[in-house]
Every structure is written in C-alpha cells, then in structure tokens.
Design a protein around this ligand. Structure first.
Ligand SMILES: [Ca+2]
Length: 185
C-alpha cells in the first residue's frame, strides 16, 4: 500500500512534465523584458491578420499607436522603393508614431518577418539600423525569423519608427510581416 501511494504521485508528475503542464507556469523568456508599448500582428508565422488590399498608388503608410495602428489596417507587405504603381498589398515605407510617458533607458523593437531582404529601421529620422535576414533567420521560402533590435534610450515624448527595404539587392525586394512589437524599460 505504501509503495502504491508513492507511485501514483510520481506517475502524475512525470505525466505533467511530459504534457508541458508544469512548464506552462514558467515565464516566457523569449520576449524582451520590459513594458510592452505596442504589438501589431501576432507571432504565428502567418501574415493573414494584416491588410492585403487597398494600397495601390499609396507608397507610404503612417499610423499612430494611440490612434490607428490596428493590425487589420496595417500593410501586409513592405516593398523596396520604388514600388510599382499597381501593387495593392503593401507599401514601400511605413512610419509608426508613438508617445512615451517618460524616459526609457532601453527600447527594443521586435521584428518578426519572412524574406531575404534587409529591413532599414530609422528612429526619429536620424538613428538608422539594419536588420538582415541572417540576423532574423528568415528566407524567401516563407521562413519567418525574429530579431530584437535595441534602439537605445528614448526620452519622454513622441517618436517615429520608419521601416523600409534596403537597396542591397537581397531577395526579391518584398517581404511579409508576421508581427512587430515595441518594448521599453
Ligand atoms: Ca502573424
């Protein structure tokens, strides 16, 4: 009887570990630590939640996080400039504005996307960062990668992150988003 009482909890514990029940209680360490300022889309290796029509003749998409950066309005694709005038499922330039309620020492932009292209991230029109497909681990065959880009310190107030595709000849000049998010601490 004594043996049986020990055996049953042991089986339950092993079962819980095998099904990930206990592991689910662990904190998610894969995402940047800090306050999540915004998330556009969701990391599910799909672009289906983004907008895929209506951008014909519109090279730039701008939005403000506090007002109108809804995922369903956000362009699914980003194209290397100059975008062809008949393309309707994306733009060549995206500008996301957001307001910080106080100074932050470290702001991290989390990019999840497919493609072999290089994303150019420009903060407030001056600080430029390049995110390549090798940094992301993405490629042209719908392999989505994720990269946490450190933007450094940002002060209280309004800021703008601009996203474009680098003119470096990589890939076919267009890629789709999986998700974008901004964290700060
Ligand atoms: Ca997605």
């Amino acid at each position: 009887m004594k043996k049986y009482l020990v055996f049953v909890p042991a089986v339950l514990l092993i079962g819980a570990l095998a099904t990930g029940v206990l592991a689910a209680a662990e904190p998610d360490t894969s995402r940047p630590v800090g306050k999540e300022l915004f998330t556009i889309g969701q990391e599910d290796k799909s672009y289906s939640e983004f907008r895929s029509t209506g951008f014909r003749g519109q090279p730039e998409y701008t939005c403000r996080v506090e007002a109108d950066c809804a995922t369903e309005a956000f362009p699914r694709r980003l194209y290397r400039a100059p975008i062809r005038p008949y393309v309707g499922d994306g733009v060549e330039r995206i500008a996301i504005s957001f307001t910080l309620d106080h100074d932050y020492n470290e702001v991290v932009l989390r990019l999840a996307r497919a493609g072999a292209e290089t994303t150019v991230v420009t903060v407030d029109g001056k600080r430029t960062h390049l995110v390549t497909n090798s940094m992301l681990g993405s490629n042209e065959h719908w392999v989505v990668g994720v990269y946490d880009l450190t933007l450094g310190a940002l002060n209280k107030g309004i800021h703008t992150i601009q996203l474009t595709v680098a003119d470096d000849g990589k890939g076919n000049g267009q890629y789709s988003w999986d998700a974008l998010a901004l964290f700060a601490r």
